[in-house]
Design a protein around this ligand. Structure first.
Ligand code: PGA
Length: 251
């Protein structure tokens, strides 16, 4: 089973557009449900309405969560609120959140809050720059070590990991990673998980790719890159292209 996660980020602007996008993505999710689990992560303001509109097999997640339950956090959203809105998954550790100040320890605390409310974390890891000597591996290792630090094998098995090299994400991306670069990291992550939890648990944790994934490059990330799915930004906002991406990996 492959995972296709749409990270809508701060879009679309209107609730009517969000409703339209849910319907179209829902049709897509039905079409490819045999091989692909589709999850959409809208902005929190649309979460409740998206949950209402979304029908099986489409699943709904959220973007980010507060790391502490302290009420005095203007602008933050708690795991309890996300649960109450009907979210099942939550993206944490995204580089755009890390750039706004989320540290590895913050991500660890957020994961703890999510498990307290039986929400599934989609944890993003990825290096800021890709040096020829491979020092970026230690950056990703540190992210993994803190994210999984306190987790039992039973919790770890529920997680999803998205490898998202920062330099490959969004409109300012230099380029997408190559399938080979993705392959190196899926192996690295797999080794980390195997060392920590053993092969059986490691095999249960899907490692996705994210960063300029589209309908043209997706297939090779699966066949050559070892990706078990995608965390998709821009393309997930264009129902036609998102559908083409799903189609390309479903066969
Ligand atoms: P992108 O974003 O697909 O627009 O590069 C991916 C992400 O940030 O998750």
């Amino acid at each position: 089973m492959l995972y296709l996660i749409g990270n809508w980020k701060m879009a679309p602007e209107k609730g009517t557009q969000a409703a339209d996008l849910v319907k179209k993505t829902n049709d897509m999710a039905k079409l490819y449900k045999k091989n692909i689990t589709t999850i959409i992560c809208p902005p929190s303001i649309f979460l409740a309405s998206v949950v209402k509109t979304a029908k099986a097999p489409l699943l709904v997640g959220a973007q980010g969560v507060a790391g502490s339950v302290e009420v005095a956090q203007t602008g933050k959203i708690s795991a309890g609120m996300l649960k109450d809105s009907g979210a099942q998954y939550v993206i944490v550790g995204h580089s755009e959140m890390r750039a706004r100040g989320d540290s590895n320890t913050d991500v660890q605390e957020q994961i703890t809050r999510l498990f307290e409310k039986k929400l599934i974390p989609i944890v993003c890891v990825g290096e800021k720059a890709h040096d020829a000597q491979g020092w970026y591996l230690s950056e990703v290792k540190e992210q993994l070590e803190t994210a999984f630090g306190n987790l039992t094998p039973l919790q770890a098995k529920k997680m999803l990991i998205a490898y998202e090299p920062v330099w490959a994400i969004g409109a300012k991306a230099q380029r997408a990673a190559t399938p080979l670069e993705c392959r190196e990291m899926t192996i690295f992550i797999c080794k980390f998980l195997t060392d920590k939890y053993g092969e059986k648990v490691a095999k249960a944790i899907p490692v996705l790719y994210g960063g300029s994934a589209d309908e043209f490059n997706a297939k090779s990330f699966v066949t050559e890159g070892g990706a078990q799915g995608f965390l998709v930004g821009r393309v997930s906002l264009d129902a036609k292209r998102f559908n083409s991406l799903a189609k390309s990996i479903s066969a």
